[in-house]
Ligand binder design. Structure first.
Ligand SMILES: *[C@@H]1O[C@H](CO)[C@@H](O)[C@H](O)[C@H]1NC(C)=O
Ligand SMILES: *[C@@H]1O[C@H](CO)[C@@H](O)[C@H](O)[C@H]1NC(C)=O
Ligand SMILES: *[C@@H]1O[C@H](CO)[C@@H](O)[C@H](O)[C@H]1NC(C)=O
Ligand SMILES: *[C@@H]1O[C@H](CO)[C@@H](O)[C@H](O)[C@H]1NC(C)=O
Ligand SMILES: *[C@@H]1O[C@H](CO)[C@@H](O)[C@H](O)[C@H]1NC(C)=O
Ligand SMILES: *[C@@H]1O[C@H](CO)[C@@H](O)[C@H](O)[C@H]1NC(C)=O
Ligand SMILES: *[C@@H]1O[C@H](CO)[C@@H](O)[C@H](O)[C@H]1NC(C)=O
Ligand SMILES: *[C@@H]1O[C@H](CO)[C@@H](O)[C@H](O)[C@H]1NC(C)=O
Ligand SMILES: *[C@@H]1O[C@H](CO)[C@@H](O)[C@H](O)[C@H]1NC(C)=O
Ligand SMILES: *[C@@H]1O[C@H](CO)[C@@H](O)[C@H](O)[C@H]1NC(C)=O
Length: 631
C-alpha cells in the first residue's frame, strides 16, 4: 500500500523540518531509529499515537474509531492484544469478530495509521489477569511473568500463533506495524533479566523483525528492572512534566543499547474507573496540562501515545481488578475520560488535542475530516419479566469431597455454585481457609443468609444456623482477575481451600459451573419457574426498534448483575457506581424485535430499564453491605 503513509510522512516530515531539518538515512530499512529520531524508509518520523484496543470495540466500529483518531491529528495507534480472548481454552484459537486483530491493523493501515503492537503476553491493561488465559492456572508448575519453563512454553506458543496472523502486517512486509513491545511495565513487578531477554529472543525468533521496545513507569527504579539489552526503552506517564520524564530517561539510558528517541509511551488522558470509587475526569485545568505537554513533545521532536485515545468497553467478564487493601474491580466501562468517549463520540479533550496538533502543522497542511457522527437513540421503558431463578438453571454438578477452584472445572469466568447438605445441626461462623474470590452469596435452603465480599473490608465470615439436612449454597462471583501487582501469580477463582462451619469442615460438595455463555438457553432449559425473590433471577423482555443507534442502558433501581442484548454480554451493572449505565453499541441492535436478559443478584423492586442518549456517573453506597454505609 504505497499511498498509506503519504499523508503521515508528509505531516511529520514537515514538523521535523521546522524543528531540526532533514537528513536522508538508509532507505532500504523500512523502519528504524538512531539516537534522536525514528526513521521510516530513511526519513525522520515522529510518532503521534493513541492507544485503542480492538478487543474493546465492536469490529463494526473499528474503521469509524480509526478515522476519528486520524481526524484528531494522530498518525499512529498503539494496541494491546488480549491473549485470553484469543485462546479461551488451551489450543482452541478464536480470531473471529472482535478477535480478528489482523483485520483491525489492516484497516488502521488503510486509514493511514502506523501501529505500535503491545501483545504481552502480559499486558496489564485493566483486563482480567492482564491478558493471561485462566487455564494457565491449571498448568503444573506455572509461574506467570517469570523465567519459568511452563510459562515460557505457553508464551512461546502464543507468540508463534500470533506471528501467523500478524507477520504479514509488519512494516518489513509492507504492513503498518513499526514497533513491538516486550512484556509490559515489567520494571514495576520484577528485575529478572534472564526472563525478559528470553522474551526478547522469542519475538525475534518468531519473525518480528521490527524494532522491539519496552515501556516502564517514569522513574529510575522502574527502568532498572524493565530495561532489556538491545531493546529500545521507553517510559510512561510524566503528565505535567514531560521534560522531566525525558531527562530522567535520557540520563539513565545514555549510550546504552536501550537508548534512542523518546516516546512517552502512555501519556494518560484521564484514568480508569473502579467500582465503588469516584469517577475520574479531566477538567479544564487538566486539559491545559495535556495541551501543554503534547505541545512540548511535538516541538521537541519526541513521540507519544495517548493512553487512551479511545478506551471502549470491557464487555462481558473481561474487566480486570486491582488490589489495594481490598479488591478494586474495574468497571465494564473503559471510557477512561479519553478524547473519544466509550461510545466513540469526541469530547472537549478531543478538540483540545486536535487544536494542539493543528497548531504544530506546517502551513497549508490539513487533517482529514471526521466521519459522520454515530446516531444515538433513546429507548422507552422496557418492562422486564422475571423468568427463571438462577438455581433452576444449574447444569450437572461435579461432586468433590472438598471445594475445588473454578479453573480446575474448565471454567474461566462467571459464577460457580458450591452446594452441600448439612450433616448435623450447627450454629456459628462460616469461614473460608483462603480469602474470598471474590464475592460469595450464602444461602440456606434458598434463603439468603449473608455474603463475603472482597471489595469491602467486611468481617470475612458469615454467621449461620442450620439443621441437619439443610442445603447450604455458596454462589461465588469472579469479579475479574487482578491485573497488576504482587497478587498476579495466584489468580484462581471460585473457592480455594476449604470451608468450615463453627470450626467443622463442610464436605461433599456438588459444584455447578455457571459461565453464563448463553443465558437464553439456560432460561429455556430452566427446571421450573418457581423463583423466590431471594435468589439471583433472570429477567427477560423483548423490545421493538424502528431506528438503530447507540444507547446507554439505564438500570434504575436494579442492584447488581449482568445484561445481555441479543446474546451480547454488555458487562456488569452495580448501583454503587460510578458507572450508572451500560453502553449498547447500535451494531448489536436490529430493526424489529430485540431481546434483553438481565441476571439480577439481589431482591429488587425495579421492573424497567431504558435506553438514554446522555450518560451520568455517580457514587452510591452499597445497600447489601451495611457495614460500609455506617462506616
Ligand atoms: C538521526 O537521523 C536524523 C535524520 O537523518 C538526523 O538528522 C540526526 O542527526 C540523526 N541523529 C543522530 C544522533 O545521528
Ligand atoms: C542499508 O541497509 C541495508 C539493509 O540492512 C544494508 O544492506 C545496507 O548496507 C545499508 N546501506 C547503507 C548505506 O548503510
Ligand atoms: C517446554 O517445551 C519444550 C520444547 O517443546 C519441551 O521439551 C519441554 O518439555 C516443555 N516443558 C514444559 C514444562 O512443558
Ligand atoms: C555518550 O557518548 C557521547 C559520545 O561518545 C559522549 O559525548 C557523552 O558524554 C556520553 N554520555 C554519557 C552520559 O556517558
Ligand atoms: C528535547 O528536550 C530535551 C530536554 O530538554 C533536550 O535535551 C533536547 O535537545 C530537545 N530536543 C529538541 C530536538 O528540541
Ligand atoms: C483446610 O485448609 C487449611 C488451611 O489452608 C489446611 O491447613 C487444611 O489442611 C485443609 N484441610 C483439608 C482437609 O483440606
Ligand atoms: C457472628 O456472631 C459473632 C458471635 O455472636 C459476632 O461476634 C459476630 O460479629 C458475628 N459476625 C457477623 C459477620 O455477623
Ligand atoms: C415451588 O415452591 C413452593 C413453595 O416454596 C414449593 O412448595 C414447591 O415444591 C416448589 N415447586 C417446585 C416445582 O420446585
Ligand atoms: C422494595 O419495596 C419494599 C416495599 O415498598 C421496600 O420495603 C423495600 O425496601 C424495597 N426494596 C428495595 C431494594 O428498594
Ligand atoms: C420509566 O420507569 C421509571 C422507573 O424505572 C419511572 O420512574 C418512569 O416514570 C418511567 N417512565 C415512563 C415514561 O413510564
Amino acid at each position: 500500500m504505497k499511498s498509506v503513509f503519504a499523508l503521515t510522512i508528509c505531516t511529520l516530515f514537515s514538523i521535523l523540518e521546522v524543528v531540526k531539518g532533514v537528513t536522508i538515512a538508509n532507505k532500504s530499512i523500512p523502519f528504524t531509529y538512531n539516537e534522536t529520531n525514528f526513521l521510516l524508509h530513511g526519513k525522520p518520523v515522529q510518532i503521534l499515537a493513541g492507544q485503542m484496543d480492538p478487543q474493546r470495540i465492536p469490529q463494526q466500529y473499528w474503521r469509524d474509531r480509526l478515522q476519528k483518531v486520524r481526524a484528531m491529528g494522530l498518525n499512529s495507534i498503539s494496541s494491546y492484544i488480549f491473549w485470553d480472548l484469543l485462546e479461551p481454552k488451551e489450543g482452541n484459537w478464536d480470531f473471529s469478530g472482535m478477535n480478528n486483530v489482523a483485520q483491525y491493523f489492516k484497516i488502521a493501515q488503510e486509514e493511514g495509521l502506523m501501529v505500535l503492537l503491545r501483545p504481552g503476553s502480559y499486558i496489564c491493561g485493566e483486563h482480567t489477569w492482564g491478558g493471561f488465559p485462566a487455564w494457565l492456572s491449571e498448568v503444573p508448575g506455572m509461574v506467570v511473568r517469570s523465567n519459568n519453563e511452563p510459562f515460557l512454553n505457553a508464551t512461546k506458543s502464543y507468540i508463534t500463533r500470533l506471528a501467523k496472523e500478524l507477520k504479514p502486517l509488519l512494516v518489513t512486509n509492507g504492513g503498518p506495524i513499526i514497533l513491538v513491545q516486550v512484556e509490559n511495565e515489567y520494571g514495576s513487578y520484577g528485575s529478572d533479566k534472564q526472563y525478559t531477554s528470553t522474551l526478547r529472543d522469542m519475538w525475534k525468533e518468531a519473525g518480528f523483525d521490527v524494532p522491539l521496545y519496552t515501556t516502564d513507569g517514569d522513574g529510575i527504579s522502574y527502568l532498572k528492572g524493565g530495561v532489556i539489552e538491545n531493546v529500545l526503552a521507553e517510559t510512561d506517564g510524566g503528565g505535567g512534566n514531560v521534560e522531566g520524564a525525558f531527562a530522567t530517561r535520557q540520563n539513565y539510558l545514555a549510550n546504552t543499547s536501550s537508548s534512542g528517541p523518546f516516546i512517552d509511551a502512555e501519556y494518560y488522558t484521564t484514568w480508569l474507573d473502579l467500582w465503588g470509587s469516584p469517577h475520574q475526569t479531566t477538567d479544564a485545568n487538566g486539559a491545559k496540562t495535556v495541551m501543554g505537554d503534547l505541545d512540548w513533545l511535538i516541538k521537541n521532536g519526541s513521540s507519544f501515545s495517548l493512553y487512551m485515545v479511545h478506551g471502549g468497553t470491557n464487555f462481558g467478564f473481561s474487566a480486570g481488578a486491582d488490589w489495594s487493601t481490598v479488591l478494586t474491580p474495574v468497571t465494564s466501562s473503559y471510557d477512561y475520560g479519553a478524547p473519544l468517549d466509550e461510545s466513540g463520540q469526541p469530547t472537549d479533550l478531543f478538540y483540545d488535542i486536535q487544536k494542539t496538533i493543528k497548531a504544530n502543522l506546517p502551513a497549508g497542511e490539513k487533517l482529514p475530516k471526521m466521519p459522520k457522527a454515530t446516531t444515538m437513540i433513546s429507548i422507552a421503558n422496557i418492562t422486564m419479566k422475571p423468568v427463571a431463578s438462577l438455581f433452576d438453571t444449574l447444569p450437572k454438578p461435579v461432586i468433590k469431597q472438598q471445594p475445588v477452584n473454578m479453573e480446575s472445572l474448565g471454567q474461566s469466568n462467571g459464577f460457580t455454585l458450591y452446594r452441600t447438605t448439612s450433616q448435623m445441626a450447627a450454629s456459628g461462623m462460616l469461614k473460608l481457609s483462603d480469602y474470598p474470590r471474590d464475592r460469595i452469596l450464602v444461602y440456606v435452603n434458598g434463603k439468603r443468609q449473608g455474603l463475603f465480599d472482597s471489595t469491602f473490608p467486611l468481617p470475612q465470615a458469615v454467621n449461620l444456623t442450620v439443621s441437619k439436612g439443610d442445603s447450604i449454597d455458596l454462589l461465588v462471583e469472579n469479579m475479574g482477575r487482578i491485573n497488576y501487582g504482587p497478587r498476579i501469580p495466584d489468580q484462581r477463582k471460585g473457592i480455594v481451600g476449604n470451608v468450615t462451619l463453627n470450626e467443622k469442615m463442610l464436605e461433599h460438595w456438588s459444584i455447578y459451573t455457571l459461565p453464563l455463555d448463553n443465558p437464553s438457553t439456560m432460561i429455556k432449559a430452566a427446571k421450573s419457574s418457581n423463583h423466590s425473590s431471594d435468589v439471583p433471577t433472570f429477567y427477560q423482555a423483548s423490545f421493538n426498534l424502528h431506528t438503530i443507534g447507540d444507547t446507554f442502558l439505564s438500570t434504575p433501581g436494579w442492584t447488581k448483575g449482568m445484561v445481555w442484548v441479543n446474546g451480547n454480554n454488555l458487562g456488569r451493572y452495580w448501583m454503587i457506581g460510578p458507572q450508572q449505565q451500560l453502553y449498547v453499541p447500535g451494531c448489536w441492535l436490529k430493526k424489529g424485535t430485540n431481546e434483553i436478559i438481565i441476571l439480577e443478584l439481589e431482591q429488587v423492586n425495579a421492573t424497567t430499564v431504558s435506553g438514554i442518549t446522555t450518560r451520568s456517573w455517580a457514587n452510591r453506597p452499597n445497600p447489601s453491605v451495611p457495614q460500609i454505609v455506617s462506616n
